[in-house]
Design a protein around this ligand. Structure first.
Ligand SMILES: [Zn+2]
Length: 148
């Protein structure tokens, strides 16, 4: 190739590209989270103290975020429509939650676990990003595990 051609064909690389303006404000609440998750070094992010979240975040808090309305309560055992697979039946009770034990189980879609796993299943993300999002949604700090 000739030097002239090379210069001409590569000139677009030299012209700085203006930064893409963010439009709208609908993502303003999660913009910092999006930056974290889009970061190329996200794999090297510090760990999250899941045990602490499991102790400190109640099942009611997660159910509240999911907009879950129990159709029946028997002590600490609540029943209702599954927020995961979706149902329109107002009297559904195939989804059962034990508030004190912080466990849930859906007899239709088979999903089960603790309150953190319920949130991860609802957001359809892995535990790590799901817990960051949950902390943001609850307005609390992410309990990072410092490894240094
Ligand atoms: Zn279900």
């Amino acid at each position: 190739m000739t030097p002239g051609e090379s210069w001409a064909s590569n000139i677009s690389w030299i012209v700085p590209v203006p930064p893409i303006e963010k439009t709208g404000t609908e993502r303003s609440g999660t913009s910092d989270l999006a930056i974290i998750l889009d970061h190329p070094k996200a794999q090297n992010m510090p760990g999250i103290d899941f045990d602490r979240l499991r102790r400190e975040i109640s099942m009611e808090q997660v159910l509240d975020l999911l907009g879950f309305e129990p159709t029946q309560r028997t002590g600490a055992q609540w029943y209702g429509a599954c927020p995961l697979h979706g149902t329109s039946s107002g009297r559904a009770r195939h989804f059962s939650v034990h508030i004190a034990k912080r466990r849930y189980c859906c007899h239709k879609c088979g999903s089960q676990g603790n309150q953190l796993e319920l949130w991860a299943a609802f957001t359809q993300t892995l535990m790590h990003p799901a817990m960051i999002e949950l902390c943001h949604a609850l307005g609390r700090e992410v309990p990072w595990i410092r490894r240094w």
